[in-house]
Design a protein around this ligand. Structure first.
Ligand SMILES: [Zn+2]
Length: 461
């Protein structure tokens, strides 16, 4: 039995881990590296194993940093089965088509640039929309939380609710080879307990080996209620000053959670009923529709709202903005609007246009509600940059900046430690975290051997 690491090693993106047991190869996630240009280039590197030899991929959830290299895996010869939950399958479809479309656009942009310099090739896309479509043929059985799936003799997988985004799971693997047994638990991304839409992560089973994320391994989140207060204050204050509120938003989960809270705010009289909210992200709109199709994943109180026929995401002044022309029209709104657009880390997408038009205005407010990786535009603004470059233009930062971290979809240090303790494991591999964070987290783990694997490193189990 062997465990090797092929992404999100001493880094937050590119999750990809390989289990070899009883002559089979099972991949847990196949995510994209994101954040900086150097990281983006790593995506095109060889995987460190032959995709044609992989029998199965177990996908923990549909975030791009966990599923984003699947089309590349298929393009390079993978012919096995991809197993995930029904909700993750629908979300992954959305996420991968969007990613493939972006890859194609960026490749076209590069080749136009290369042509201007007299070069014939700017390099093709990492994968195309066609590759993404091919990938969907590999999606096989749907995993149901808590129900074991036989992958092969000596290899059984159980998906456990991780409470991170819709359909997200930890994966518990029971391995057997030549009479030896070993259980390996992959945390996937773990959710932050007590949020309104999803259930809390389930109590993990006792496991011999644990591979766990450490995104917030060195931080405690602010509690949720003051974060909701801060959101309402940011909106109310910005409207008083006459400006707009821009919220760079992750399309999955965060966008729906914010809609949920804005609706609650209006219903409780804490926000004005005349609030105009623009969800300026075709992907977030589609994701909201997928959410509406999977109430089985919900926390009981929200599931109840649905049963009563009430939509937890609907508010009176909500506008879904799919068309580019409508998105551009938002640039002329001077105040009184909440604009939610992707990408969450401002590395791409429509939010950059809204930042360009609002960041320099002292009546505007920018609200960050998610993780901002090193090297991203979001991180520069969060870190207090006086000016930033957007589309080649220097834009001074005069808007009021809020960083509200209580909405995190990730468990914080205390939650991660509590989760780990329940696994009673004696061997822990830390992944999916920045190295300094990981070290701080490792120092707090007791009674377990801790490894922080490097890319390509392999371990006998
Ligand atoms: Zn995630």
């Amino acid at each position: 039995m062997k465990l090797s690491f092929h992404g999100a090693d001493r880094a937050v993106t590119g999750s990809c881990h390989l289990i070899e047991c009883a002559g089979r190869r099972v991949l847990i996630d196949c995510g994209l590296y994101q954040g900086s240009r150097e990281l983006a280039e790593e995506n095109a590197e060889p995987f460190g194993f032959d995709p044609a030899d992989v029998d199965c991929v177990l996908l923990t959830h549909a975030h791009l940093d966990h599923c984003g290299r699947l089309p590349l895996l298929v393009k390079r010869g993978f012919r096995g089965e991809i197993i995930t939950t029904a909700a993750s399958r629908e979300l992954a479809r959305l996420v991968l088509l969007d990613a493939a479309h972006l890859q194609e656009e960026e490749a076209q942009h590069r080749s136009r640039k290369a042509a201007r310099r007299g070069n014939r090739h700017g390099g093709g896309p990492l994968y195309s929309v066609l590759d993404a479509l091919n990938t969907f043929d590999s999606f096989g059985r749907n995993a149901v939380y808590g129900k074991p799936i036989e992958i092969a003799t000596g290899l059984r997988a159980t998906f456990l609710d991780a409470g991170h985004i819709l359909g997200s799971a930890s994966v518990f693997l029971e391995l057997e080879e030549a009479g030896r047994r070993c259980s390996v638990l992959f945390s996937g991304d773990l959710g932050n307990a007590g949020r309104p839409l999803l259930r809390d992560p389930v109590t993990p089973p006792a496991s011999d080996v644990v591979v766990m994320e450490t995104t917030y391994g060195n931080r405690l989140h602010k509690p949720l209620p003051p974060s909701v207060d801060e959101l309402y204050e940011a909106v109310t204050d910005s409207f008083k000053r006459g400006g707009n509120v821009i919220i760079p938003t992750f399309a999955l989960e965060r966008a729906q959670e914010l809609l949920y809270y804005l609706r609650e705010g209006i219903e409780q009289g804490r926000l004005t009923r005349s609030l105009q909210v623009f969800l300026d992200s075709p992907m977030a709109i589609s994701a909201t529709e997928i959410f509406e199709r999977h109430p089985e994943c919900y926390e009981p109180k929200t599931a109840e709202l649905f049963r009563e026929g009430r939509d937890p995401f609907h508010l009176p002044g909500l506008h879904f903005v799919r068309e580019t022309a409508e998105s551009i029209a938002l640039n002329s709104i001077r105040g009184g609007a909440v604009i939610m657009a992707g990408s969450g880390m401002c590395t791409g997408g429509r939010v950059r246009h809204h930042l360009k038009h609002n960041l320099w205005r002292d009546d505007a407010t920018i609200v960050f509600v998610g993780f901002a990786a090193n090297g991203t535009l979001a991180r520069q603004i969060v870190d207090g940059a006086k000016a930033v470059t957007i589309f080649g233009e220097q834009i001074p930062v005069r808007a009021r900046i809020y960083t509200i971290n209580g909405f995190s979809a990730h468990a914080d240090q205390a939650e991660l430690l509590a989760w780990h303790k329940q696994t009673h494991t004696s061997r822990t591999f830390l992944v999916h975290g920045e190295e300094a964070t990981m070290r701080e987290f490792a120092a707090r783990l007791a009674g377990t051997q801790v490894e922080m694997p490097a890319v390509g490193q392999a371990f006998e189990l």
